[in-house]
Design a protein around this ligand. Structure first.
Ligand SMILES: [Ca+2]
Ligand SMILES: [Ca+2]
Length: 325
């Protein structure tokens, strides 16, 4: 599955430090980075059982989830991986407060769709349905049993564990289809973020396509309370009072302007900012402005990996580079 919606909402996390590179969780490092396409480490994919190069994102995510002692705030556009849901259920069952926010377009009872409903989905959604179906109808007989849902259906596993889940209709709207975050805050002290949705196609590749190893994606873990708290505050704006109750959840531009913040750590500096911003705000105050200022601060080299770059001010900035050398 491609990420055609990847550019709609910007979250800028610009790291000034050289992050550590390790497969195993290094709980002493402030910054840890992971890449599912890196060539220098190998792992066995948990669902297809294939040995391959890259970091095992699911292991990174579930290990971090299992570290939680008090709270887990998960804001991820789409989650389909049963092992992740099971890890969330396990920590909830030992008393950790787990809260989950997803995008309304992807928070569906996928396994309950009729063949006609599946046929009417977009091609992108059909791929996602097929992924969920592979997990949920584990024996592939076309019938979904209660036992199959209990082991393979994320929505069912979270609901069974009593984990509250909201999406961006919780503000009383029809939903924006733009809850594009992929982060989890652990105990208010550690945050994992990155480019990948928590799906098989995001972490490992399209499950039914043997040649697929997935889009090139990254995860970043930051063990620094100020950074984690910035994400916790973003979560709190979206969560409001949670499911039902008041309509005090806020999404997208209704979150108001959150300025860029800078955090200095012993291992380097982090600048971060949450989008989107209202179109009436000056560009330099937005995530685009933060990225642009970071690009302009380069003196001799920029290594840039992006799925798509459409913003004219950023391409203008890069267009100047050949002239400045
Ligand atoms: Ca079945
Ligand atoms: Ca509410």
């Amino acid at each position: 599955m491609t990420s055609s919606r990847a550019s709609r909402v910007g979250v800028g996390l610009v790291m000034g430090a050289c992050a550590s590179m390790s497969q195993a969780a290094d709980t002493s490092a402030i910054f840890s980075t992971y890449f599912n396409q890196r060539a220098d480490v190998n792992f066995v994919e948990p669902y297809r059982g294939w040995s391959r190069a890259g970091d095992n994102f699911e292991q990174v995510v579930t290990s971090l989830i299992r570290e939680a002692r008090s709270s887990l705030d998960v804001a991820v556009m789409v989650v389909t991986l049963p092992h992740v849901a099971q890890a969330l259920a396990d920590v909830a069952q030992r008393g950790v407060r787990v809260r989950v926010i997803m995008d309304n377009s992807y928070r569906r009872d996928w396994s309950a769709l009729t063949p006609d409903e599946v046929a009417s989905l977009s091609a992108e959604d059909q791929e996602l349905w097929a992924e969920v179906d592979t997990f949920v109808d584990a024996d592939g007989d076309g019938e979904v049993t209660e036992a199959e849902r209990a082991s393979g259906d994320v929505a069912f596993i979270l609901a069974s564990a009593g984990i509250p889940v909201i999406d961006d209709t919780e503000d009383g709207s029809k939903g924006s289809g733009l809850m594009h975050h992929k982060f989890v805050v652990v105990d208010g002290r550690t945050v994992l973020t990155g480019s990948a949705n928590w799906t098989h196609s995001g972490f490992f590749g399209d499950i039914g396509r043997p040649s697929s190893r997935g889009n090139a994606e990254n995860l970043v873990v930051v063990r620094q309370e100020q950074v984690a708290q910035a994400y916790a505050q973003e979560f709190a704006l979206m969560w409001g009072d949670g499911p039902g109750g008041q309509r005090d959840s806020r999404f997208g531009v209704r979150n108001g302007m959150r300025p860029a913040m800078t955090v200095n750590t012993p291992d380097g500096m982090v600048q971060l900012q949450f989008g989107p911003s209202s179109a009436t705000k000056p560009s330099q105050d937005t995530t685009v402005g933060l990225i642009d200022a970071t690009l302009k601060s380069a003196t001799h080299r920029v290594d840039l990996g992006a799925f798509v770059i459409t913003d004219a001010s950023l391409t203008d900035t890069m267009g100047l580079w050949p002239q400045v050398g």
